[in-house]
Ligand binder design. Structure first.
Ligand SMILES: Nc1ncnc2c1ncn2[C@@H]1O[C@H](COP(=O)(O)OP(=O)(O)OP(=O)(O)O)[C@@H](O)[C@H]1O
Ligand SMILES: [Mg+2]
Length: 230
């Protein structure tokens, strides 16, 4: 499995265990993570959530997609945004078209956002795919237009989850974390290293990100997920 992790097929989606097997221990773990996040939501106005990790392949997309499903299951109106404009997976995960998406909204003058956002097939869950790969992801995510888009989307959704690239390699997640209400760092045994995690934390602190905690994405089998406040 570790070999799979190194050379990832970017055209592949991630597995939606929370849809495939709602009663499984892993799905239960995602619901526990949801509960923990909900506690943070009581104290803070938490409508936008960035999911990132220190390095590649640690389970950001898996975590974002499954959290989006369990939050939607709880009755919240959820939008999952593929803000990993470099290695998008969300459209594939939900079997949707990626012809238009976030990059189209940010890059074009006249777009109808509601035509670009798609139904996921899960009640209460809508998807904004990445759209075509842009040459300048960080600029797009840091633009005033992106900030306006987030404000606009907040009117229609209770929770917006952003699936992002790793924070140590590119600046995208840092940029969006500074605009989002909360950030979750995914770590994975055998993939994440302590030094990179420390670096991730300092990069996020630098932009005053509100780090809610670390999701520990179990390595050997999918029964080891856990959630820690960090
Ligand atoms: N706990 C796990 N057990 C087994 N496989 C997993 C686990 N978590 C993730 N995977 C698999 O590992 C691969 C990478 O996961 P994922 O795409 O969620 O990571 P990512 O952090 O989004 O990666 P990237 O940095 O490329 O965006 C996927 O093929 C996914 O299905
Ligand atoms: Mg990913």
């Amino acid at each position: 499995m570790k070999n799979n992790m190194k050379k990832q097929d970017t055209e592949k989606g991630v597995s939606l265990i929370t849809l495939a097997d709602k009663a499984s221990p892993v799905s239960e773990q995602y619901r526990t993570i949801r509960t923990n996040i909900q506690y943070s939501m009581i104290d803070h106005d938490l409508h936008t959530l960035v999911i990132t990790s220190s390095g590649p392949g640690e389970g950001k997309s898996t975590t974002s997609a499954n959290l989006a499903v369990v939050f939607a299951d709880s009755g919240k109106k959820v939008l999952l945004v593929d803000a990993d404009l470099r290695k998008p997976t969300v459209a594939k995960t939900f079997n949707l078209s990626n012809v238009n998406g976030l990059s189209s909204i940010l890059g074009k003058r006249q777009v109808n956002i509601q035509e670009i956002i798609q139904r996921s097939g899960v009640d209460n869950l809508h998807i904004l795919p990445s759209g075509p790969k842009p040459p300048n992801p960080s600029e797009l995510l840091g633009s005033a237009r992106m900030s306006r888009l987030i404000e606009e989307l907040k009117h229609s959704y209770d929770l917006i989850i952003f699936d992002m690239p790793p924070v140590v390699t590119v600046t995208d997640a840092q940029i969006l974390s500074s605009k989002a209400d909360g950030t979750i760092v995914v770590a994975r045994e055998d993939v994440s290293n302590r030094e990179a995690l420390r670096k991730a934390k300092s990069l996020l602190n630098y932009v005053d990100a509100n780090i809610l905690g670390v999701v520990y994405n179990g390595a050997r089998n999918m029964t080891e997920q856990g959630y820690y406040y960090g």
